[in-house]
Design a protein around this ligand. Structure first.
Ligand SMILES: [Zn+2]
Length: 59
C-alpha cells in the first residue's frame, strides 16, 4: 500500500502560455489575469520524462 499522492497536472494558459502545476486549472490565469482556457500539457509517458515534465508534443 502506497500513500496516495495528489494528482498533479501541468496546465498551460491558452492566452499567454503561462504554465503551472496543479490538480485542477485555476479559473483566472495568474499571469494575464484573464479567464482563459488551460490545456493539460503534462507528460504521462516515459518518452518525455514522465510526470512533472511538459510533453513537447502538446505545445
Ligand atoms: Zn494567461
Amino acid at each position: 500500500m502506497s500513500t496516495p499522492t495528489t494528482p498533479q497536472s501541468i496546465w498551460k494558459c491558452g492566452e499567454c502560455g503561462y504554465t503551472l502545476t496543479a490538480p485542477i486549472p485555476p479559473k483566472v490565469c495568474p499571469q494575464c489575469k484573464k479567464e482563459c482556457e488551460f490545456k493539460d500539457v503534462g507528460c504521462y509517458t516515459p518518452d518525455c520524462g514522465g510526470p512533472g515534465n511538459i510533453d513537447p508534443r502538446l505545445k
